[in-house]
Design a binder for this molecule. Structure first.
Ligand SMILES: [Zn+2]
Length: 372
């Protein structure tokens, strides 16, 4: 059993929408074709030579990686150099490559949330908002007796979701008027005669991205031959997404104790701790991978400690100056946990669609750094 690569791409776009990627990033299908058949998928952090070798030996058709193999524009494809050699080998063995990078960092349930969950944080929110969901208002005119059926259909399609409430809508009673032309097949009245109907103006709010789905569901149950409805752009925004996370610990602890929690949760022996006095740790900010640029933001947001990777000397100095503890748990250490979770999520999406594709999480890659 196999699926077209496009099927996997569509699922990946639900798991980590490309719209969430930073503008400088390079995500999506990087090598291969949406039309190629996929039977086996290897999920990993980096498309390294070792990962490619495994994909060749174990007949994988697609590698889904967090870090994009092709990042900067390519000016040559020299097979005597590492990147050209890797791309050449992938093409030779018909292995496609897909990347989900900053979109997987940002998305709910992605790299940062996996890290926040491992550190047992609660009340978790994005640290640096980079995306605000666009909302629209849909207003549709419905004959009285069809109010409930239309209301239910658009609610079931996802419209009217406000916080912890679904199927939210507002309706007012009014009178609709229409003149059926000669070709018309009116729900009520006759051709050539002006008709009035008691109608409801039903309005609801929804994310712009599901507008087509909601309108389709509405048209399916609406009794009119030609349905009158309006779609308005709104200034208010929906879900906020962004890089990093900030949350709270169940109980306050010391920086030494918290460092142990991080070390155990990430199963790493590479933890560098920058202490800023004896400050108790309650609020925790984090950013998977290289997040030192958010130290100031984390301190400003009231975090007692910031967990990330790739910290340099002067960034550590900045943390101390800003009165926030800093834990460098490594780029690899803070990101590798997502690989298992992503593979699991893909598997469950495939199963829901009744597709049979083998999805394996890379468990052999190791951090480039070792500690002596
Ligand atoms: Zn990374």
């Amino acid at each position: 059993m196999s699926v077209k690569c496009q099927v996997v791409m569509d699922i990946m776009d639900k798991v980590a929408p490309r719209i969430l990627a930073e503008s400088w990033d390079n995500v999506g299908l990087l090598i291969g074709s949406p039309a190629q058949n996929i039977e086996r998928i290897l999920v990993c952090l980096d498309v390294s030579e070792a990962v490619i070798e495994r994909a060749v030996q174990e007949n994988y058709d697609l590698i889904i990686a967090h870090h994009p193999l092709i990042f900067k524009p390519i000016k040559n494809l020299r097979t005597d150099l590492p990147l050209g050699r890797m791309i050449g080998r992938l093409l030779k063995h018909d292995i496609a490559v897909y990347a989900a990078h900053t979109n997987l960092d940002t998305v709910r349930g992605g790299v940062n949330d996996v890290l926040a969950e491992l550190l047992l944080l609660k009340n978790v929110k994005p640290l640096d908002i980079s995306y605000e969901e666009e909302l629209v208002k849909l207003a549709v005119f419905v004959p009285m007796e069809y109010k409930d059926v239309v209301q239910t259909a658009i609610g079931n399609a996802g419209a009217g979701q406000i916080g912890n409430y679904s199927h939210c809508s507002f309706s007012v009673i009014g009178v609709g008027q229409f003149l059926p032309l000669s070709e018309a097949k009116p729900f009520k009245g006759n051709c050539g005669i002006l008709e009035t109907v008691n109608e409801i103006r039903l309005e609801t709010i929804l994310p712009a991205k599901i507008l087509n789905k909601v309108v389709k569901a509405m048209l399916k149950v609406h009794p009119y031959e030609s349905v009158g409805y309006d779609v308005y752009s709104l200034k208010n925004k929906g879900n906020l997404e962004g890089m990093g996370r900030i949350g709270e610990l169940n109980e306050p602890t010391t920086i030494d104790e918290f460092a142990k929690i991080v070390k155990n949760a990430l199963s790493t022996n590479q933890l560098r701790v920058v202490k800023s006095g004896n400050k108790v740790v309650r609020k925790v900010a984090l950013c998977s991978g290289s997040g030192a640029e958010f130290i100031g933001k984390a301190a400003y947001a009231g975090a007692d400690v910031f967990v990330t990777g790739d910290v340099k000397y002067h960034e550590a100095q900045k943390a101390v100056e800003q009165g926030i503890h800093l834990i460098d748990a490594g780029h690899f250490g803070t990101e590798m946990p997502v690989v298992q979770v992503l593979a699991e999520r893909l598997r469950s999406c495939m199963e829901k669609q009744g597709r049979q594709v083998e999805i394996i999480a890379d468990d052999t890659s190791r951090d480039f750094f070792t500690v002596i």
